[in-house]
Design a binder for this molecule. Structure first.
Ligand SMILES: Nc1nc2c(c(=O)[nH]1)N[C@H]1C(S)=C(S)[C@@H](COP(=O)(O)OP(=O)(O)OC[C@H]3O[C@@H](n4cnc5c(=O)[nH]c(N)nc54)[C@H](O)[C@@H]3O)O[C@H]1N2
Ligand SMILES: Nc1nc2c(c(=O)[nH]1)N[C@H]1C(S)=C(S)[C@@H](COP(=O)(O)OP(=O)(O)OC[C@H]3O[C@@H](n4cnc5c(=O)[nH]c(N)nc54)[C@H](O)[C@@H]3O)O[C@H]1N2
Ligand code: SF4
Ligand SMILES: [Mo]
Length: 657
């Protein structure tokens, strides 16, 4: 029997917007139950997450002490990918990595070395010194385009320097439009705030091809076809103009490009938009009415709508609708998106380090890892993966696996468990979890940040990213600066700036921009070009289903996937299932010319016709041979090179058919 443990306070850095303050039970050096810390506790806590945490992280001790944890460095002994490794000491592993790295640089130059660093589920700064190291060596750089690149660029183009609205201000909202987000899974602490809006008699509106739990409880759900959001937004803009509800006073004071926007929007009647979006004309009108008339209203932009070829234009058009409606200036209004530029309290800029003399040899795009591994010129010879699991998370899985399987490539992976990517490595290095090292976590869904020291000692011989950077820097004779620790931060700190009300009474967006910052709403030709109705309809050829791969409640990206996805299914609408002769529970093959995935079908009208859905983040082990990412093209969006995960076309066939 274990005696009840002590409780330590920490913070959750996983790639989730919420950033909960954590209470961690520790018994005899082992992690027990995790829970939230309420805002009334003596320790300051994130008021947004207020006392409860998700089911995944309540059981995070299962990852910390998982039988899947890598306990020592591993060196490949068998053929690549067959999972045969021997254990090695850290000294031997670091020597092997450094020797191979130096040899590659000497023989092939910096471009041949590719650090694939992401660390979005590790704390802030956890790759700063690693990045300095590779930069000093003049290697290739891998741009962080796999998530939020398109959304970030569209935001900066529309609202330069402006901070997100504060989710806590939903307490004053009468309307919330949740657009391309599924907070019931991916931002759970927003859910009670949305329910409060409904309870107060306000309206929650959801724009999503799937009837998510959030949509199920909404006053209006507009189930648009994926990738057609730009049409809905512009039709609503046009409807506001036609009915004299454009907030001209607001636009004159705070926006540029309104006339150009209206000019483009006029082509989008509710009838045209309804046809393109695959919804009822009345739904388009009702949507416009709610946006124009229910105040104050907040627009919660998700990441679901960025992930297709028209994502940038869609985000800008949705934001422009908010401007034209003048839904700003009071608490409970504005646009809620990533809060990260308001929470950077402990962040260190890698370029400010001692190694800022280095330059990158070239820039590669994360989204095209597979293609780069197979086709880049000069060729890639050495890959160092840290805080990422690209076999499970990058597009075009077969290319990624084929690329990483090249026998003339040297692959190093630093991770906590033997992921699908780590299985392909030459050297696997064991990483600590955030409960075993200093952690700084800066929220992207609330104005809060937190830091904590290690709660338990490192499991096995695992080392933090910072420790690995030190070991490699020492061996290579490079100066990457001192370990970064918690940057002097302890516990949870509120980072809500004064005046988070966008375009508030001060007459400027609460922002890093100079007072008087304006919104830019024109959508001219160029990267944010508005596609024509024919183009949008042509993209959605009826012979194909669009595959969506949204966040799942069981994993964070692919993390915790080792605990099992259970019964992995593709959800398909009854009409499409009938057309394919598929019944609920049938074994099916989801297929296109990139690959095929074998799963069972869930036949349900929670997805609209023409759409099917498989959760993101599953491991190859969950679906014989390949996951949904094997079906996703490595196309990039024209604005920021972002991933187009939700722009895959597939067919579903019975596996005995
Ligand atoms: N439990 C859990 N939470 C997570 C994550 C996780 O893996 N698991 N991932 C985290 C990360 S890294 C991120 S970036 C966020 C993402 O969180 P969200 O922004 O919620 O992103 P998704 O789950 O990808 O998609 C949200 C919704 O967009 C819809 N959608 C897809 N395509 C379109 C479209 O073209 N138009 C519209 N209007 N909607 C569309 C999908 O049906 C889905 O319901 O969540 C974070 N939170
Ligand atoms: N099909 C499809 N694929 C998607 C998406 C989608 O919508 N659809 N969404 C994308 C999105 S939003 C994102 S953000 C990306 C994420 O893509 P990735 O970053 O590749 O995904 P994760 O599964 O979060 O991988 C993080 C890895 O880091 C490890 N890790 C955690 N902490 C540490 C640490 O401190 N040190 C080290 N060395 N390792 C650590 C974890 O164990 C995990 O294996 O995936 C994308 N993939
Ligand atoms: S994953 Fe999100 S909801 Fe779960 S504990 Fe971490 S921050 Fe909170
Ligand atoms: Mo993400």
């Amino acid at each position: 029997m274990t005696s009840p443990g002590e409780f330590a306070t920490s913070v959750c850095p996983l790639d989730c917007p919420d950033t909960c303050t954590l209470s961690v039970e520790v018994t005899d050096g082992r992690v027990g139950r995790l829970d939230g810390v309420g805002r009334d506790a003596p320790t300051p806590a994130n008021p947004f997450t207020d006392g409860w945490i998700c089911a995944k992280v309540r059981r995070f001790g299962r990852r910390v002490h998982s039988p899947e944890r890598i306990l020592t460095p591993l060196v490949r002994t068998g053929r690549r990918g067959d999972g045969a490794f021997r254990t090695a000491t850290w000294d031997e592993a670091v020597e092997l990595v450094a020797e191979r790295l130096t040899r590659t640089l000497d023989e092939h130059g910096g471009a041949a070395v590719v650090p694939y660093l992401y660390n979005s589920s590790a704390g802030s700064n956890s790759e700063v010194r690693t990045e300095r190291l590779f930069r000093a060596l003049g290697t290739s750089h891998v741009a962080h385009t796999i998530c939020a690149a398109t959304a970030g660029a569209a935001w900066d183009a529309t609202f330069p320097g402006m901070l997100s609205a504060d989710p806590l201000d939903l307490a004053s909202s009468q309307l919330v439009v949740v657009w391309g987000a599924n907070p019931s899974v991916s931002n759970t602490h927003l859910t009670p705030l949305l329910d409060d809006v409904t309870r107060r008699g306000g309206a929650v509106v959801v724009v999503d091809p799937r009837r998510t739990p959030t949509a199920d409880r909404a006053a209006l759900h507009v189930p648009v076809r994926p990738g057609t959001d730009v049409a809905l937004a512009l039709a609503a803009v046009a409807e506001l103009e036609r009915t004299g509800r454009v907030d001209r006073a607001f636009c004159d004071r705070h926006a540029d490009g309104v006339d150009a926007l209206l000019e483009v929007a006029r082509h989008w009647t509710p009838e045209v938009a309804a046809r393109v979006c695959g919804v009822e004309v009345d739904e388009v009108r009702r949507f416009a009415d709610l946006v124009a008339d229910v105040r104050p209203g907040v627009l919660r932009l998700g990441w679901g709508l960025e992930r297709n070829r028209h994502g940038g234009a869609a985000i800008r058009a949705a934001a422009a609708l908010w401007v034209v409606a003048g839904q700003f200036g009071v608490a409970g209004s504005g646009v809620l998106a990533s809060t990260s530029s308001g929470t950077a309290v402990g962040r260190v800029d890698p370029v400010d380090g001692p190694a800022d003399t280095g330059t990158w040899a070239r820039e590669l795009n994360m989204v095209r890892l597979g293609r780069d591994l197979l086709e880049a010129d000069p060729p890639v010879r050495f890959v160092f993966v840290q805080g990422a699991n690209p076999v499970a998370t990058a597009p075009d899985q077969h290319r990624v696996v084929a690329g990483l399987s090249r026998e003339d490539l040297f692959v190093v992976v630093h991770d906590q468990v033997l992921t699908d990517t780590a299985r392909l490595a030459d050297v696997v290095l064991p990483a600590t979890t955030h409960l075993e090292a200093d952690v700084v976590a800066e929220s992207y869904g609330s104005f809060s940040a937190g830091a904590a020291g290690a709660v338990v000692g490192p499991v096995g011989e695992s080392r933090s990213n910072d420790e690995l950077a030190s070991a490699l820097a020492d061996r290579l004779g490079l100066d990457v600066g001192p370990p970064l620790g918690t940057q002097g931060l302890t516990g949870t700190v509120a980072t809500r700036p004064e005046g988070t009300v966008q375009f508030g009474p001060e007459g400027h967006p609460a922002s890093t921009a100079p007072a008087g910052g304006r919104a830019h709403v024109a959508l001219p030709e160029g990267p944010y070009r508005v596609p024509s109705p024919a183009e949008l309809l042509g993209d959605l050829d009826d012979r194909w289903l669009t595959l969506l791969t949204p966040a799942s409640p069981r994993t964070i990206n692919s993390m915790l996937g080792e605990l099992g996805e259970g019964d992995l299914r593709v959800t398909v609408h009854p009409d499409d299932a009938a057309a394919a002769g598929v019944a609920d529970g049938d074994e099916v093959v989801v297929v296109n010319d990139l690959g095929e995935v074998r799963v069972r079908a869930r036949v349900a009208d929670s997805v609209r016709p023409g759409v099917c859905s498989i959760p993101k983040g599953t491991w190859i082990g969950h679906a014989a041979g390949a996951t949904a990412n094997a079906l996703i093209p490595d196309d990039v969006d024209p604005t920021a090179g972002g991933a187009c995960f939700n722009d895959a076309r597939v067919r579903i066939v019975r596996s005995d058919g």
